[in-house]
Design a protein around this ligand. Structure first.
Ligand SMILES: Cc1cc2nc3c(=O)[nH]c(=O)nc-3n(C[C@H](O)[C@H](O)[C@H](O)COP(=O)(O)OP(=O)(O)OC[C@H]3O[C@@H](n4cnc5c(N)ncnc54)[C@H](O)[C@@H]3O)c2cc1C
Length: 497
């Protein structure tokens, strides 16, 4: 049985009998940002795509859509939306145990992956200092532009806001002289205004949009089926098989396809490859994260004076660059731990969120337990992770910088309680199946996401990102997914220009 998600975009395939074999041009494991980017682009080009997802469709929300669309009012951000997000996050594979070395790491297993819950901040990485060394700058700029368009990265909705204008001006004044293109600016948000009026936020429905050409085949999504084995076949054209089991049951489903893309998250992708006997030396290693510092402040009275009740939310960005190793976003958040500010009306507050990068080091890694299985029937994962001296020096610099940002906008009659969050809290784990330009043991894929030595096995998702970087990763991950889709479609790149 199939259920249409958004007409023409994707359909859920349910009630599959044990032993069902589906065929497709491309099988994609995981329905998050990485998988969604590849799937949408391939489907728009006319390929037949099946996605297999361990989690089920979201209850109470259109599958593939962002859950915030169900809570449209700003006032509901903290009362409804924030708690809903936190209640849906679990350590990986639906288990309860946190990783000792990364107590903040959490995941979501449902159709749309984390993209059904993300905060929609579309930071782009600095092409000079943060993007993949294996991808030439002209190609990367094109890919990032395509990614922003697909994600509905929008400036128009917030631009007229009074707080947007004043907070931006105040922060600009405090941080002059940054490199061209990386100055203080408005941060694009993945949202659009619908024809009916309300704003909607992007989930994988945005990535799977059929596009202007139409005629795309809807992507078929098999939910509630953790994939336990991938058999890529010997060469392109020889066919690949993906085997999944029904969650909580013994039913088995197979997808046979010419090409397989594993996009099961920064933990799930290396885990599945490992379970399938595909174990390049760098697999699961070079795990990176963003060290995170957050605070909520009350905005100064002059920034709040006369703000109308319908003032849109605001998003101000100090991008990471050669001048600053940290990403800074100032926006209206949906959760606070500050008892002092909790009583203030939320429109008077701003959340300062900062991330700084972690150096990729092979000893920061995932470990796979060959004996014990997790909730998906795969080898249980544990994490070995620590910050280097250089990582901690950057975090120290970020603390001082946080105070400077607060000075630009905050009413210091109230508290500034900056919290350094436990490792993993960024929910931006990266690097565990990193790309590279040579098969020298330090990378898992080439620069289009193809696993070294396997013609028809590609990887997508945050785990591909090989660099130390500081901004929210999704715009980058979607850009890399588009490059993978281009490669599968045999499209030329701009690498040589
Ligand atoms: C609350 C929150 C706020 C965020 N805010 C932002 C933001 O503002 N900006 C930003 O850029 N990023 C943000 N992020 C992070 C962003 O959502 C992720 O970077 C991105 O969505 C990761 O995509 P992915 O494809 O790598 O992984 P995922 O989204 O984790 O997708 C992987 C999918 O694979 C599935 N899977 C795993 N194992 C298997 C298996 N064996 N078989 C089948 N399926 C499997 C998982 O269930 C999951 O659905 C946020 C995340 C959260 C949760």
């Amino acid at each position: 049985m199939t259920t249409a998600l958004t007409p023409g975009t994707a359909e859920l395939v349910t009630d599959l009998a044990d032993g069902t074999i589906l065929t497709a041009d491309v099988a994609i494991v995981g329905t998050g940002a990485g998988g969604g980017a590849v799937a949408g682009e391939l489907a728009r080009a006319g390929l037949d795509v099946v996605m297999i997802e361990a989690g089920g469709p979201l209850a109470g929300s259109r599958p593939g859509a962002h859950i915030r669309n169900a809570f449209p009012a700003e006032a509901q951000l903290e009362t409804h939306y924030g708690p809903e997000v936190w209640n849906s996050l679990t350590p990986y594979a639906g288990g309860k145990e946190r990783f000792d070395a990364m107590r903040g790491a959490l995941a979501i297993h449902s159709v749309g992956g984390m993209l059904s819950y993300w905060s929609h901040m579309c930071a782009s990485p600095d092409v000079e200092t943060e993007t993949e060394p294996a991808i030439p700058a002209p190609s990367m700029r094109d890919l990032l532009e395509r990614s922003r368009r697909l994600l509905w990265a929008n400036l128009d909705i917030e631009a007229p806001g009074v707080r947007q204008h004043r907070v931006l001006a105040a922060v600009r004044q405090a941080f002059p002289g940054l490199p061209a293109g990386r100055e203080v600016q408005q941060l694009p948000v993945a949202m659009q205004r619908t024809a009916a009026g309300p704003i909607e936020f992007a989930g994988i429905d945005a990535l799977l949009t059929p596009g202007e050409t139409g005629g795309a085949k809807p992507v078929r999504i098999v939910a509630g089926h953790p994939v336990r084995h991938v058999e890529p076949g010997r060469s392109a054209g020889s066919g690949a098989t993906v085997t999944a089991g029904a969650s909580g049951g013994s039913g088995r489903v197979q997808v046979q396809a010419a090409t397989v893309v594993v996009a099961a998250g920064a933990l799930g992708t290396p885990q599945l490859l490992h379970a399938s006997g595909i174990r390049p030396a760098a697999l699961g290693r070079y795990l990176t994260d963003h060290t995170q510092l957050v605070s909520r402040v009350k905005l100064r009275d002059d920034l709040l004076d006369g703000v109308p009740a319908d003032d849109p939310t605001f998003s101000v960005w100090i991008p990471a660059s050669s001048a600053r190793p940290m990403h800074t976003q100032i926006s209206r958040g949906w959760i606070t731990s500050s008892p002092i500010l909790a009583d203030l009306p939320s429109w008077q507050t701003a959340d300062i969120g900062q991330f700084t990068g972690v150096d990729p080091r092979p000893e920061n890694r995932l470990v796979f337990d060959p004996v014990h299985l997790d909730g998906f029937g795969l080898p249980r994962v544990s994490v070995e992770f620590s910050l280097s001296r250089a990582d901690r020096d950057r975090a120290t610099e970020m603390f001082a910088d946080h105070y400077r940002v607060a000075e630009a906008i905050a009413d210091f009659g109230y508290a500034l309680e900056a919290s350094a969050m436990p490792a993993g809290t960024s929910l931006h784990l990266m690097g565990t199946h990193r790309m590279g330009s040579r098969d020298d043991g330090t990378s898992v894929t080439d620069s289009v996401g193809r696993v070294w030595g396997h013609d028809n096995l590609y990887l997508a998702g945050n785990g591909l990102i090989s660099t130390r970087n500081a901004g929210n990763p999704t715009t980058n991950t979607v850009a890399l997914g588009l490059r993978t889709a281009d490669a599968i479609l045999g499209r030329p790149t701009r690498d040589a220009s």
